[in-house]
Design a protein around this ligand. Sequence first.
Ligand SMILES: Nc1nc2c(c(=O)[nH]1)N[C@H]1C(S)=C(S)[C@@H](COP(=O)(O)O)O[C@H]1N2
Ligand SMILES: [Mo]
Length: 314
Amino acid sequence: MLIRSKPRWALPESAATPESAFFDRRRILQALGLGAGLIGGGMVAGEAAAEGSAKRNEAYTLGDRWLTPERFAMSYNNFYEFSQSKTVTPMSDALKARPWTIKIDGLVEKPIEIDASDLVAKMAVEERLYRFRCVEAWAMAVPWTGFPLRQLVDFAKPVSGAKYVVMKTFLDKAVAPGQRQFWYPWPYTEGLTMEEARNDLAFMVTGIYGKPLPNQNGAPLRLAVPWKYGFKSVKSINQITFSATRPKTFWEGLQASEYGFWANVNPAVAHPRWSQAEERVLGTNDRVPTLLFNGYEPEVAGLYKDLQKERLYA
Ligand SMILES: Nc1nc2c(c(=O)[nH]1)N[C@H]1C(S)=C(S)[C@@H](COP(=O)(O)O)O[C@H]1N2
Ligand SMILES: [Mo]
């Protein structure tokens, strides 16, 4: 159980904003001693507006923490294409994220190029509340809009032999000044095993807080794999390749001793330069214990039972 500085029902100062509409309804009702049945599917104030066009999937709730107020999630970012600091705007405004062509290729029945909005139109979009844990030991919790990665995998029709899904960010030095730093292995590349990609939690993100994804959060399409360190959640994807071989990922290419392919969250396995036991709650000075698989152990631990020889937690 988390150590709390305030009781669960005491809204933090930062909740006095429109974003407070996004606090996890189920937990609030529980804290108030109300069962979900009592409200008979009715909405709490602001929720209808909060939903936008995507309905919240109530199977994905936070349970143990408040949502991060929107302004923190949208102004404290990692996006090395634009800056090495956490302030990515206004540099990221230079990205023209719509229209946006995505290439799906490699071991698929038929490689295609498709506009991101046409791709998203084929998917069942919903909203989920997810925890997010950066390897640097800060954490947030946000409502993502998007669709399960599994739907995209099915759409792509991988052929036998495809073992990994590799996702890359755009490459354009003219809009992304960070990409002129030649010692980084651009383009930003990430990947999952097919089994991970088909897990219910692996999510392709198109929006945040009921709004289209802003550039700094990875417009128009980014990954969210909440049981892994944040660097796995690649932003502004323009190529998805099905591969027989494990990709060399961006951070692995830069510093393999510190960042690996698996990168599953584990409080017991320290980064070579810092502890992973706790995390700072974004927008506060609160520190809370980090959870194994970022709290998603029941959903994902089974993916790794036959991989115990791998370096699963870095
Ligand atoms: N293309 C790209 N994707 C990226 C990164 C990046 O620098 N470039 N940073 C990663 C890291 S380290 C983190 S913590 C998250 C941050 O996502 P956020 O800014 O939406 O919180 O994006 C990940 N995806
Ligand atoms: Mo990160």
